[in-house]
Design a protein around this ligand. Sequence first.
Ligand SMILES: [Zn+2]
Length: 352
Amino acid sequence: MKILKNKIKIIRPDDWHLHLRDGEMLKSVLPYTAAHFGRAIIMPNLTPPITSVSDAIDYRDRIKSNLIGKENFEPLMTCYLTDHTDPDEVERGFYEKVFTAVKLYPARATTNSEFGVTKWNNVHGVLERMEKIGMPLLVHGEEADPEIDIFDREAFFIDNVLSGWVRNDFPALNIVLEHITTKEGAEFVKSCEKNIAATVTPHHLVINRNDLLAGGIRPHLYCLPIAKRDKHRRALRSAVTSGNRSFFLGTDSAPHTNSSKESDCGCAGIFNAQNAIEIYASVFEEMNALEEFEKFASLNGPNFYGLEPNREYLVLEKKNHRIDEEIELPDDQDTIRPFLFGEELNWRVVDG
Ligand SMILES: [Zn+2]
């Protein structure tokens, strides 16, 4: 990594948690990720979800066929874990280099998670196999029980599921606790062995629940897990800038149309792919930790997954620019609002 007066040069980063959707939406959002990132872990929560090796091969082909001019970008596919997932199918996908990981959604925890796991016993055999073959489990770490307060669901999940049976029954399983949003999440990961890591989104490093709710509800800042109190945002900022190898970049960029966000029952998800790396850079600069930026963005993730870092580089320059108000969708009247739309950013990718 090079830090010059107004520029930083880092190994090309990867996005270890990304929603690309499908069809026209995929076409519209993919170029933003492929412009800055070398690889991305692609979430399998389509409708219906990606549950077999052949589903994943087809989806990967659809992604690759839309990579015009950015053919080096590598989508890393995941398998959606259900009550009925077959351990043999998961293992075959892993050895055939189709599946990089398995994604666990507790049933009904978030967007398109109704196919997720309803009873932990149902997935015991799959987790056992994954532990044996060294395949990572990516966890949406929220308790789905509607009785539990939405702001407490992550901490509850860590206490009751992760700290309990997952670590006792599968102590060697590689786990990524995805998009952590709490002090408890950051502390849990720090207290664990090296087989447990976490991704952190740009939005959870920038906003707290006041930004979402005080002075009027901001549907474009609504995501799951929901933004928490400011002490949690501050804990996340300390964790990612600490140089700890267990934290790495995962944007959770999750596009929805403007009309589905600004609605009586608005969808959860923030689209940030366009400016994510620049927003992360601002956070590291604000924390006086730019020298730790490349580890978080480009090194810790590949290290956890046992992959080589990218060979290419990305250059960011200190340069003010305004985030787009909206992104047009083809063949549709609708648009997507990017995270922090219309606001000024002080870092810009100048060479990617
Ligand atoms: Zn996600």
